[in-house]
Write a protein that binds this ligand. Structure first.
Ligand code: NAD
Ligand code: MG
Length: 390
């Protein structure tokens, strides 16, 4: 047994990844973990309930208007409450041994960077941070000595398959993709996709934004960029295979012809538990993988004609500098318009493509430049959304 519990903070505690992390903490052996800060966007009641259940020290909401309900819901608990973006960043910098970075979208940029500067272990779910500000985030982690533990299931699989070693001898890696709910649909069929259809994922249960990303395959596009950053690999060394059973999560091809893969039931508790216990292991209570019951595993090449997101993400990665940040911001704007029923499904990729054409790949020397480009890309993308409105 470790002498002291591992002190854990969760950024994005009320979301899908946050809830799975909380479930693992609740089920863990007493004394193995303690909880520092829990951070959420605006759901004060849910956050307070979670903070009480996990005996957290500190609960923070990003939305200042949610301060009063949070304070009320925590009254008598002894748990500190705070609100506002500065309080979020402060909570992220408060010195946990292990921080789950699971805020959705570029909103997680500042807090995740703050956690990286603090220099402990960062379990990284928020892929948008690596896409928009990959170099800054990795530089901050290198400077502070922080360990980055990939939580995205494919990247966690690659991390495991590499066995903790460098990319030496790695010829290529392969990320698998479920293909989403419209894997076999024609473009004509996809033209009529509604938000309800897009958020209903066939295999994974996730937040709304990443579910839409899965349906457009922008999720896999973001993951190609995420993998390039995490494993320092060029674009052409990162392959994608459509694998509807979502059982093989990632594969590493080595120079000697060996291919090492990680398998598991499609349940985010597995990669989260891997990161939480790392370098040890812990129970995650997931459904055991039964390959005989599954019978077969299928793999198909992705179709970049029906899913232009993959082509756009590869182009942005090759262009480098600010292009991935532009792609991410434009996608966030387009997805939110689509969820509000103000943009047709197929227009999401079109908005991203037009925004990339308009803004190119400007240099990104620092966080201020990232944030400025992010706002500019959102403004430009919003204009294209208006032009293509449903
Ligand atoms: P979600 O929408 O379920 O949860 C998002 C969380 O972020 C919530 O707690 C929300 O309150 C919080 N939040 C939103 N805006 C905020 C702000 N401005 N400040 C502070 N907190 C804010 O999303 P999710 O599905 O849990 O995904 C979280 C991240 O993990 C995303 O980047 C996603 O791409 C990534 N990811 C998720 C999965 C999955 O299975 N859900 C898998 C791989 C990667
Ligand atoms: Mg993934």
């Amino acid at each position: 047994m470790d002498a002291a519990p591992k002190r854990v903070s969760i950024l994005g505690a009320t979301g899908s990844i946050g809830a799975s992390t909380a479930a693992l903490l609740e089920a863990a052996a007493p004394g193995r973990f303690s909880v520092g800060a829990l951070v959420a966007g605006r759901d004060a009641v849910r956050l307070a309930e979670l903070a009480r259940r996990l005996s957290a020290e500190f609960a923070v909401v990003a939305d200042p208007a949610a301060y009063r309900p949070l304070k009320e819901a925590l009254s008598g608990s002894g748990i500190e409450a705070a609100a506002g973006p500065d309080a979020v960043t402060e909570a992220a910098a408060r010195g946990a041994d292990w921080t789950m970075a699971a805020i959705v979208g570029a909103a997680g940029l500042g807090p995740t960077l703050a956690a990286a500067r603090d220099g402990r272990a960062i379990a990284l779910a928020n892929k948008e941070v690596l896409v928009s500000a990959g170099e800054l985030f990795l530089d901050a982690a290198r400077a502070s000595g922080a360990t980055i533990l990939p939580v995205d299931s494919e990247h966690n699989a690659i991390f495991q398959a590499m066995g903790g070693r460098s990319a030496e001898g790695v010829e290529k890696i392969v990320l698998t993709a479920s293909g989403g709910p419209f894997r076999t649909w024609t473009r004509e069929q996809m033209a009529a996709v509604t938000p309800e259809m897009a958020v209903k994922h066939p295999v994974w249960s996730m937040g709304a934004k990443i579910s839409v990303d899965s349906a457009t395959m922008f999720n896999k596009g973001l993951e190609i960029i995420e993998a390039a950053r995490l494993f320092a690999l060029p674009e052409e060394a990162i392959g994608v295979l459509v694998h509807p059973q979502s059982t093989v999560h990632g594969l590493v091809h080595f120079a000697d012809g060996s291919v090492v893969a990680q398998l598991g039931s499609p349940d985010m508790r597995t990669p989260i538990a891997h990161a939480l216990a790392w370098p040890r292991r812990m129970a995650a209570a997931v459904k055991p993988l039964d390959l005989a019951a599954l019978g077969r595993l299928e793999f198909f090449p992705p179709d970049e004609e029906r899913f232009p997101a993959l082509r756009l993400a590869r182009a942005a990665l090759r262009a480098g500098r600010g292009a991935p940040a532009v792609l991410n911001a434009a996608n966030e704007v387009a997805v939110s318009r689509f969820l509000d029923r103000r943009l047709p499904f197929l227009a999401i990729a079109e908005v991203v493509e037009r925004t990339l054409e308009a803004l190119g790949a400007p240099p990104l020397p620092d966080l201020a430049a990232v944030l400025a480009l992010d706002s500019e890309a959102r403004r430009v993308a919003a204009g294209f959304c208006d032009a293509l409105a449903a």
